[in-house]
Write a protein that binds this ligand. Sequence first.
Ligand SMILES: [Zn+2]
Ligand SMILES: [Zn+2]
Length: 234
Amino acid sequence: MLADLHNHSCLSPCASLEMSPRRLAWEAAAAGIGLLALTDHNSARNTPAFFVACREADIMPLAGLEITTREECHVLALFDDPEDALAMGEWVWEALPAYPLDAERFGDQPVVDKNENIVEMIDRLLTSSIEYVFHEVQHETERRGGLFIPAHINRQAFSVESQLGFLPPGTYDAIEVLAPEAETYQQRYPNIPVITSSDAHLPNQIATQPFCLQTKEGTISAIRKSLRALCSPQ
Ligand SMILES: [Zn+2]
Ligand SMILES: [Zn+2]
């Protein structure tokens, strides 16, 4: 099936206000996506509405966050259900600087319900880096049973390559790479599953860079196993 594990909703200040969780779910489903994750910056508050929408659209959901580490690396933490993602979100929130949101400059951060009604406006800037470094975020995600995936690692900003200069040695559930270089990276890291994602912030970016995953189940453990099968260990 087609999987797309990195997408934003209106809660991310840099995403369009038209990106309700409901719209994301239905448009991804219409484009043939079978497994879809919502990963707003440093928050999982829109994942409950996202799960309802995915169930209605008959698409398997994952609840996640795109966390900004202290080094300004973006990493994905993905969970089976909103409760787990919200709990991770609490840990992140405690480590997030209390910079007030300048909505004129950065955009609004609405939490919405399944019917696209605004239930809360988050007034702390969500895109700041948290106080924990890369390996601390990895450890916490894995301790909570989540998938840990360094995001767009070959991007020129907010990636492990741009911020650290290299991918720290270790084991990863997957690494996310900007599409044109996916094959090159799979050769460079033969033991790590390489995936692509849409990282959609706008409606016209939905379902543009999914990858193929052989799985019938949408659970973290089944997905982890299926990801392993993407690469052939040497
Ligand atoms: Zn990012
Ligand atoms: Zn993103």
